[in-house]
Design a protein around this ligand. Structure first.
Ligand code: FAD
Length: 655
């Protein structure tokens, strides 16, 4: 432990001694502003594709900091972590190193919507991300604050089109030139912190907001539309003062599943994992919230907060009289703190303590740091291209909370994609996008740039219409090969592993299709497994695997000579076999849409009352735009491929 601390101290001090003035006048390919989850992935990705990159962040020691919850992944968010990992990002491996409680959420449902999740040790997470970044070739990290962007006209003939050529540092530390800039300032852009009646400038407790020049440039110089959002965090509790006997014990999965495709194990041993506890609010909590409303400035603001991660004040006001869940989550292996998920609050600290003590498990709790709220500017993301470049500024990319999202995973995924494209722009390569059919990252970016946000955006599996193909288990097959062959952001080691897996799975599936399971030996095995009825006697191995009770291991025990070589992929083969018919169906539908691009849509069609399954939002967009053809409808912002399929079916039937 001591050696680790000394190493860390030496490591960070040598980096601190690199100042902006040391790198000023040098020209780099990409500058990334901000070392949060978006910024770290952006810097690492730009570097991986071969761009000389400079990461500028206010404090090196907060690189990899988890501002709020000590956890990673979950339903929808876990898919993003797997995709970031498949493109060789840091987040999945950091999670495997720092996780102290691993579980797969939604296990009772199909594997397409499983949510890999872990509680994290905050210190370890930071340690991993810092050690990776500070040891990356072609990447320089400096501590400092960016005051402003250096902007010039992209084309004197075309007013309103700009080009970014670098950044200006605060405190007169000079200018640094670059071909691309990625801004990932999170909650720091014109950030204000709220606790009780007190408001102070800040991006996170104890850290100043971004310099005002940055907000001013984005809004006034570049004419971008900015909005304001808010979020909050709960108080951190001293573990020894919690009475866990009043809470339900929740154990992790006995065998932790790593996030990363290249990790066979997590750093934490199964037996060393920590439990979580679940408890509930009481009517006393509601009373304290109501009594303290006049002393709680954050809650009185109109600014929109995260709907799916609301403060206790919002929960009580929206759902009066209800009991609300409170998860007591460990903050780390050796930490003496507990994070009460569900109790984000912004009332004065003395009332926070009173509120907490209304919960039986917390009746004698003590607080280490009180909860607080933050409000910040974001840039309306419809002003971005799908490769996350600002439309009116060549070379300027935005990623993370600044685009109106919330959450580490959403930030990291955008950061990675912005980093790849900032690097490509700097290296004079054309930008690339990810489609909704190939990734959750594509779904998120398409949602952001085509629909914008009115409240903090977070990922859900329901946002992806092709979720049966976009599974957490196959993110490597979807993205790693493209990441290596086309983008160059994936290492050859990871690529070789993905190729090996891809070949193994393909061979196993071919073998499964070629085997007909009608032998008496097989029937006996089926009976043992409790399956007495098989509709056809000529059923292939693949069809057999589609039965819930049949596992690949069972098939391998009957035909070891055919299937035993593929036993390491058992779970993946089973999932592939189950989902293949759905995925092929979806693929056919997509091909149909492409073929029917020129199909004419009747001019008098009443989209608002069309008897098909369309959301109100899609109906309104179609009604307003009244596209002539199906192809024109597919290009309308907010009209999803699923909606297009319903529309196509309807029009084909009525033609
Ligand atoms: P951040 O992680 O905020 O990182 C921004 C980085 O940019 C920081 O390192 C900062 O120092 C640096 N920076 C800023 N300005 C400059 C500059 N001018 N020059 C150089 N460096 C700069 N998410 C949830 O999902 N649920 C929640 O309930 C939740 N609650 C939160 C509560 C609080 C109080 C805070 C602060 C955040 C909360 N979050 C929550 C959000 C979560 O932390 C973010 O979604 C995530 O960290 C965003 O990542 P990011 O990289 O965009 O920005």
């Amino acid at each position: 432990q001591l050696r680790r601390l000394l190493f860390r101290h030496h490591f960070l001090s040598s980096y601190r001694s690199q100042r902006a003035s040391d790198v000023a006048q040098q020209k780099c390919d990409v500058i990334v502003v901000g070392g949060g989850h978006a910024g770290t992935e952006a810097a690492a990705a730009a570097t991986r594709i071969g761009a000389e990159t400079l990461l500028i962040t206010q404090k090196i020691e907060t690189i990899g900091a988890l501002s709020c919850n000590p956890s990673l992944g979950g339903v929808g968010k876990g898919q993003l972590v797997k995709e970031v990992d498949a493109l060789d990002g840091l987040m999945g491996r950091a999670g495997d190193y720092a996780g102290v409680h691993f579980s797969i959420l939604n296990r009772s449902k199909g594997p397409a919507v499983w949510g890999p999740r872990a509680q994290l040790d905050r210190g370890r997470y930071r340690e991993f991300v810092q050690s990776q970044l500070l040891n990356t070739p072609r990447l320089t990290v400096i501590e400092g604050s960016v005051e402003d962007l250096i902007i010039s006209a992209a084309d004197p003939e075309k007013p309103g089109k700009h080009r970014v050529t670098g950044v200006r540092m605060a405190d007169g530390a000079g200018e640094i030139l670059s071909r691309s800039v990625v801004i990932t300032t999170g909650t720091f852009l014109s950030g204000s912190l709220f606790m009780g009646r007190t408001t102070s400038p800040g991006g996170r407790m104890g850290e100043p907001p971004s310099c005002a020049g940055l907000s001013h440039s984005l809004r006034e110089v570049l004419g971008l539309k900015l909005g304001r959002l808010r979020t909050g965090t709960p108080p951190r509790l001293i573990k020894d003062t919690i009475d866990f006997s009043f809470a339900e014990l929740h154990l992790p999965d006995p065998q932790p599943t790593p996030f990363s495709f290249i990790n066979k194990h997590t750093h934490c041993k199964p037996e060393d994992q920590l439990p979580c506890h679940l408890t509930y609010t009481t009517p006393g909590v509601e009373e304290v919230v109501r009594e303290s409303l006049h002393m709680n400035s954050h809650i009185q603001q109109d600014t929109k907060g995260p709907r799916y991660c609301p403060s206790i004040e919002s929960r009580v006001l929206r759902f009066p009289g209800r009991q609300h869940q409170v998860w007591l989550e460990p903050e780390g292996l050796t930490s003496d703190l507990v994070y009460p998920q569900g109790l984000s609050m912004t009332m004065p600290p003395e009332l926070q303590l009173r509120l907490l003590r209304e919960i039986p498990a917390l009746h004698r709790v003590e607080i280490r740091t009180p909860g607080y709220g933050v409000q910040y500017d974001f840039v309306c993301p419809m002003q971005l291209f799908p490769w996350l470049q600002v439309k009116c500024v060549q070379g300027l990319f935005l990623a993370g909370q600044i685009n109106g999202t919330t959450g580490y995973e959403e930030a990291a995924a955008q950061g990675l994609w912005a980093g790849v494209n900032a690097g490509r722009t700097a290296l004079s390569l054309p930008p690339l996008s990810l489609s909704r059919t190939e990734s959750y990252i594509g779904v998120m970016i398409d949602d952001l740039v085509s629909r914008g946000v009115t409240e903090p955006y977070r990922m859900f599996t329901s946002r992806a219409e092709f979720r049966t193909s976009l599974r957490p288990d196959n993110a490597d097959l979807r993205l790693t090969l493209r990441g290596f062959e086309e983008l160059g952001c994936v290492s050859s080691r990871r690529y070789s592993e993905a190729l090996r897996v891809s070949r193994g799975l393909s061979e196993a599936l071919v073998a499964l299709q070629s085997v007909t399971l009608s032998s008496p030996r097989w029937r006996e095995k089926l009976r043992d497994a409790g399956i007495s009825e098989v509709k056809s006697t000529l059923i292939s191995g693949e069809e057999m695997l589609q039965h819930k009770e049949v596992s690949f291991e069972m098939l391998a025990s009957i035909f070891p000579e055919i299937f035993a070589p593929y036993l390491e992929f058992s779970q993946r083969i089973k999932i592939e076999a189950v989902y293949r018919p759905h995925c092929e169906n979806q693929k056919r539908e997509m091909e149909r849409i492409q073929e029917e691009e020129s199909l004419t849509l009747p001019p008098d069609i009443d989209y608002l009352s069309l008897p098909v399954s369309l959301s109100d939002e899609v109906r309104e967009v179609l009604d307003r735009a009244r596209p002539d053809t199906l192809g024109a409808a597919t290009r309308l912002p907010g009209v999803t491929p699923a909606a297009i399929i319903h529309l196509l079916n309807y029009v084909s039937k009525t033609e």
